[in-house]
Design a protein around this ligand. Structure first.
Ligand SMILES: Cc1cc2nc3c(=O)[nH]c(=O)nc-3n(C[C@H](O)[C@H](O)[C@H](O)COP(=O)(O)OP(=O)(O)OC[C@H]3O[C@@H](n4cnc5c(N)ncnc54)[C@H](O)[C@@H]3O)c2cc1C
Length: 636
């Protein structure tokens, strides 16, 4: 049984009591200790800056050309906090409750409460860093809502919240670089983890410019390497998002939890052709004012303005009157799929639904709508050539965020001693569905506030330990394995580019383990992925060499890991015989087509242990709920 090390006591006191009693490392000792942080997004970057500020020696790695380019930069909509500026009844408990309910009771209560609790402090930290959150006329910070909630608690910086938060983090990193406490390694990709006797002692990284393979040792290692939804190829994620660091840690002994919980965002732009490699997100905040509909008659191809209200189906408002267009993402995405599958889809590929601002413009005026979402409308027009002030936007569901990730305990430590995971690359806070604007929050609070406290508890008893020598056998073995993989990949010289395999894997996963899954589709997926993996190792073609900038090789090392992870996602989805949140098993639904959860049978986190041969081993972390009553989700 997995021990999540959740502190005793009432939920609202767990974190403060943990902090009051955990061991500390004093300032004179912190500077003797090295922490490696992989990833410079809000989670990794925030952790590096906070650890540097505390006085640790930090080595910060990312594969981007600059730490400012992490995928966090893309986040548009906002970050949640229970500040209750609107006086609309919000508080920490309600925020915690919304997130637990939104996650369909498959997240860990203690972590979620802590996230809500720390949200209040986060906004002050960000404002102090200069993040330009939207403000009301009187100067107070403005708020709006996101799906799954009935209050306004989302803080935003127009449509560039992630970018602005990351600028704040980068200023904090720059300060520590100048102070000599952070060493920054851009264009360096972690390709393996070095483990000795169950403890993480270092990493193997590749310098993307020279191709050199390097060894780095540390007293503790933090992964803030983001999510893996790019495994679907077509997704809203940045092109470089991948699973390599987490997957290699998994292969070295870290358990991977709930890998099949993948969020499909309901408001991305639809694929408009066969050769796209990326889908663009239109922020969920648009659902505050936009109304979603499809033509009531299937196959109706009149232009939207010619379809009268009586012949439109505002299906979210019809099915979920209490939340309407602001139902959570899993519900909105599946409802859109239902409409599209039933022939009501719109757009050139009939794979979209309408998001319509006609009524909001009539009510509030174009200027107000422009001031709220102007840059999103501009982006939409740039991509599609269509003016969404006049014609409804086309939107469609697409893979967006992974709720699964490395299993971590309350301290954010994985099952490998000394290896931590924060932000989207861990699994803990979102259950089987993430509510909008909670991910930036989790990444930031993991990095700025939680990890710097919990890591001290581990490091305090290792003060006298020297760094592991990088010429030890564990480093030799990990480096040789990395070199072998690269040599093998380059020597295949087959007939298909890496993208072919990634695209095929993505299509298979979307079909077999996408918005909805069944026993039959998942078994098919496992078989197809195994065949594809074999084909990859016989027929991939990588141009260029190992000792030069080589994006094809970089892609191949990532796709090689995706091809293994994809199978585990299907195995995880197959074993979970229930529907919850974003995990919808067709065999388990109510008469009305809603999710049928099975709390007795599956009220646990599935944490998988890798085995070199044979099926992975399933471990369970039972989920118990003390502060909320577990109920069937209802947004009607
Ligand atoms: C289009 C879009 C809009 C979004 N909008 C919102 C929003 O409005 N609100 C919200 O809450 N959430 C939003 N999200 C989700 C949110 O942006 C992410 O979940 C969050 O930013 C993840 O942060 P992170 O620090 O965990 O990872 P990331 O920001 O993905 O950072 C990962 C870092 O790890 C590095 N890395 C990865 N692998 C390696 C490796 N092997 N070696 C070295 N470095 C590595 C990368 O270089 C990068 O620096 C959005 C997501 C998308 C796709």
């Amino acid at each position: 049984m997995l021990d999540a090390k959740i502190p005793n006591g009432p939920i609202e006191k767990k974190w403060s009591e943990y902090q009051a009693t955990c061991a500390l490392v004093n300032a004179a000792n912190r500077k003797k200790m090295t922490v490696i942080v992989i990833g410079s997004g809000l989670a990794g970057g925030g952790a590096a800056a906070a650890l540097g500020e505390l006085g640790y020696h930090v080595k910060l790695f990312c594969f981007h050309d600059s730490t400012r380019r992490a995928h966090s930069v893309a986040a548009q909509g906002g970050v949640n906090a229970a500040k209750n500026y609107q006086n609309d009844g919000d508080n920490v408990y309600r925020m915690f409750y919304d997130a637990i309910k939104g996650g369909d009771y498959r997240s860990r209560e203690a972590n979620v409460y802590r996230m809500a609790e720390l949200s209040v402090r986060l906004i002050d930290t960000c404002v102090a860093q200069g993040v330009p959150f939207a403000r009301e006329y009187g100067g107070s910070l403005g708020n709006r809502s996101f799906g799954g909630v009935q209050v306004e608690r989302t803080f935003y910086a127009q449509g560039q919240t992630g970018q602005q938060l990351l600028m704040g983090t980068n200023s904090a990193i720059a300060r520590q670089v100048k102070a000599g406490r952070i060493e920054r390694f851009s264009r360096h990709e972690m390709l393996d983890l070095v483990v000795k006797n169950g403890r993480a002692i270092g990493v193997i990284v590749r310098d993307a410019i020279t191709g050199e393979i390097e060894r780095h040792a540390a007293h503790a290692i933090v992964l803030g390497t983001g999510g893996y939804a790019k495994i679907y190829y077509l997704s809203t994620m940045a092109m470089g998002c991948n699973a390599t660091a987490a997957w290699k840690a998994h292969k070295r002994g870290a358990f991977l939890a709930n890998p099949s919980f993948v969020q499909v965002h309901p408001t991305s732009l639809p694929a408009l052709g066969k050769h796209q490699s990326k889908l663009t997100l239109m922020s969920e905040s648009l659902r505050n004012d936009g109304r979603i509909w499809v033509p009531a008659r299937s196959g109706d191809d009149r232009s939207p303005e010619k379809i009268p209200d009586s012949e439109r189906d505002y299906y979210l408002e019809r099915k979920y009157p209490a939340f309407g267009n602001l139902t959570p993402r899993d519900i909105a995405a599946r409802a859109a799929k239902e409409q599209i599958d039933a022939g009501h889809g719109v757009g050139p590929m009939r794979n979209a639904v309408f998001l319509d601002f006609r009524d909001a413009i009539a009510q509030h005026g174009r200027e107000t709508i422009q001031s709220r979402y102007g840059n999103l409308f501009g982006m939409y027009q740039k991509i599609t050539g269509i003016d969404a002030y006049v014609t409804p936007m086309l939107i469609a569901p697409s893979p967006h965020f992974t709720m699964g990730g490395l299993w971590v305990d309350y301290e954010l430590m994985t099952t490998l001693e000394g290896l931590y995971a924060c932000g989207e690359c861990n699994f803990a806070d979102h259950g089987s569905n993430r509510l909008g604007a909670n991910s930036l929050l989790q990444a930031c609070v993991d990095g700025y506030f939680i990890l710097p406290s919990t890591i001290g508890n581990f490091l305090s008893s290792r003060i006298k330990e020297p760094l592991s020598p990088t010429d030890g056998p564990e480093f030799d073995q990990a480096e040789s394995k990395t070199r072998e993989d690269i040599q093998k990949l380059l020597s295949i010289k087959g007939s298909q580019p890496v993208d072919y395999f990634h695209r095929t894997l993505g299509a298979t996963l979307w079909d077999c383990c996408g918005i909805s899954r069944s026993r039959e589709s998942l078994n098919r997926g496992i078989e197809q992925i195994r065949e594809l993996r074999e084909q990859f190792w016989n027929d991939v073609n990588i141009t260029g060499g190992a000792h030069e900038p080589n994006s094809e090789l970089e892609k191949a090392t990532r796709v090689m890991d995706f091809l293994e992870l994809g199978e585990l996602m299907c195995i995880d989805a197959l074993h979970r015989e229930e529907s919850c949140g974003a995990h919808f098993r067709e065999e388990y639904q109510t008469k009305e087509g809603e999710s049928l959860r099975n709390d007795e049978g599956f009220g646990y986190v599935s944490a998988w242990q890798h085995r070199a041969e044979g099926e992975p081993i399933l471990h369970k972390e039972p989920l118990s709920f003390e502060a909320v009553n577990v109920m069937t989700r209802n947004y009607k």
